[in-house]
Design a protein around this ligand. Structure first.
Ligand code: LLP
Length: 440
């Protein structure tokens, strides 16, 4: 989480415009973000991440299991930058992957095959083969999302002369309104494409039991993202545990996995922590007499979201009829898609603020030719110049970025121990032009 402090006079040389003497500087990971963007490798727009913060959150989540057998499978789609995945691997996380590429990346970042689960409704044959053969003995479990997919995993395992471990991702058919989240990230209702419908569980059990090439080792569900109350999550966990009780006499179950989705505070508050979800889920697991099974969860956003910011430069101001004010910045919906896609709100904060400065409401917008390239109204200085940070952008930011409108992917900067430990520079715009001309 960014904090702010008075600048160190020794470092104020080369200050950016917008950082007058006596101002507070926005910091991340113990470094003023102003100093980060001044690094010649960085510039804007840039994502900056505090790896220590991510590792701290991962450790806090592990602690919530109080030594009970568990697996925290980091949902790599939230942020798949190598330094992030490596840091979370070192903090004891496994991975939830959703493509062959994510699977390869997880293993290259040091995550063992038997700490990887693979979700997704349409895995290709090549991806299934990769999952079945990864490491010595394949990944922990391919999370089958339909009865039809069980047959496909069986066919691939048979073709390879292997046994594949599977888990069943259940669709708990929750009421679509039971999770207080955006409809695009609500996945546990019966109109969603995800998971095996409850009515098909007997068929799924029969298919798993009939195959010599499949071992059913787990039950799982994931019902949505940015969930800010435990009720819906626990309703889903209850379904997983009920089905696990039915399965345990028939199959060599190793785990139950209640998914990710733990919400974070984007500024409007979030009354529950990831540890609250885990504590309540463990109590429910015990009520069902399933404490001997490993409890899995698949957090993405909650490990990385609050520890990343998107830093942008103010390009210009525009004052329209009726005094409407727009602040144009050099980051757009192509860099951070969440506001355009889910009407998500990310706070916009100047890198330097002066106490008592008059403020005004600015509509912060990017350079992309779409009306939805709009980060919403924000209270900012009367005449903002310099740089701003869009907060809580560590999850589903860079990983969803595009090059729409001939724009480069933003740079990425990784902080640890109060210093920059790695930088991925922005690709030159010539790459985009070359790509457009690459057809032969
Ligand atoms: N497990 C599965 C099977 C998932 O599909 C997801 C996220 C997660 C775990 C991790 O969920 P988390 O803990 O991050 O909430 N782009 C959207 C979020 C999409 C989530 C997709 N699935 C956003 O920016 O809000």
């Amino acid at each position: 989480m960014p904090t702010s402090r008075r600048p160190d006079p020794a470092r104020s040389e080369g200050a950016l415009p917008g950082a007058p003497a006596g101002s507070d500087l926005l910091e991340l990971g113990g470094i003023p973000l102003r100093d980060v963007v001044l690094d010649p490798r960085v510039g804007t727009p840039s994502y900056v991440y505090d790896l220590d913060g991510m590792v701290g959150d991962a450790r806090a989540l592990h602690a919530a299991f109080e030594g009970a057998p568990h697996l925290v499978s980091y949902a790599m789609k939230a942020n798949s930058a190598g330094p992030v995945v490596r840091a979370l691997a070192e903090a004891g996380c496994g991975a939830d992957v959703v493509s062959g590429a994510e699977l390869v990346l997880a293993m290259r970042c040091g995550i063992a095959a038997d700490a990887i689960v693979y979700s997704g409704v349409a895995k290709t044959d090549e991806e299934l083969d990769l999952a079945i053969t990864a490491g010595h003995d394949g990944i922990l479990a391919i999370q089958a999302e339909s009865v039809e997919e069980i047959a496909r995993v069986d066919a691939r395992a048979r073709a390879l002369g292997r046994t594949a471990r599977i888990s069943l991702r259940l669709n708990p058919a929750l009421d679509a309104d039971s999770l207080d989240t955006h409809r695009h990230i609500n996945t546990g209702h019966d109109e969603a494409k995800f998971g095996i419908p409850l009515a098909s569980i007997p068929t799924a059990f029969a298919a798993a039991a009939a195959s010599r090439h499949l071992t059913l080792v787990g039950l799982t569900a994931h019902v949505g993202s940015q969930v800010t109350a435990t009720d819906g999550y626990l309703a889903s966990a209850r379904v997983v545990f009920r089905v696990a009780r039915e399965a345990r006499g028939r199959f060599p179950l190793r785990f139950v996995d209640t998914g990710g989705g733990f919400g974070i505070d984007y500024g409007a508050g979030c009354p529950v922590t990831p540890a609250d979800f885990i504590r309540a889920t463990r109590a429910l697991q015990a009520e069902h007499g399933l404490e001997d099974l490993m409890l899995g969860c698949e957090p993405g956003r909650s490990l990385v979201g609050a520890h990343g910011v998107l830093v942008a430069k103010i390009i210009q101001q525009k004052v329209g009829d009726g005094g409407r004010r727009w602040l144009m910045i050099d980051a757009g919906m192509n860099d951070l898609m969440r506001p355009a896609l889910y009407q998500a709100r990310h706070r916009v904060v100047p890198l330097a603020t002066t106490t008592g400065e008059p403020t005004a409401t600015w509509k912060v917008v990017g350079p992309v030719c779409e009306s939805s390239d709009d980060f919403g109204p924000h209270e900012l200085p009367e005449a903002p110049v310099g740089h701003v940070a869009l907060l809580d952008a560590g999850a589903y930011g860079y990983s969803m970025a595009s090059r729409y409108n001939g724009r480069a992917f933003p740079a990425e900067v990784f902080l640890r121990g109060g210093r920059i430990v790695a930088v991925k520079e922005r690709r030159p715009l010539a790459d985009w032009v070359d790509d457009c001309l690459a057809a032969r």
